[in-house]
Design a protein around this ligand. Structure first.
Ligand SMILES: [Zn+2]
Length: 86
């Protein structure tokens, strides 16, 4: 699970580029987004399930998404007898 910061990962809702050195910041933050996509592709290729959320997302909703994803995974691979979630 990744929680991406709105500034550094360039959330379209909240990013505001600094006025000083704007072009440098635009390129830096775009490179961050490209790196995120590249890393996610690598992880997915290696069999990881990737969940991304934004800093501005509701923390309870993010936790619920993670829990739901774990439930889906447990339903696929099975859980040892008597090892249900507390
Ligand atoms: Zn945001």
């Amino acid at each position: 699970m990744f929680i991406d910061g709105c500034f550094w990962h360039r959330c379209e809702e909240h990013v505001q580029l600094p006025q000083a050195n704007a072009e440098l910041w635009r390129r830096k933050l775009l490179a961050n987004r490209q790196r995120d996509a590249r890393n996610q592709a690598i992880l997915t290729t290696e069999g990881w399930r990737v969940l991304r959320s934004w800093e501005h997302d509701d923390p309870a909703a993010v936790a619920d998404r993670g829990e739901d994803e774990l439930d889906r995974w447990a339903a696929i691979v099975g859980r040892p007898q008597g090892q249900g979630r507390e």
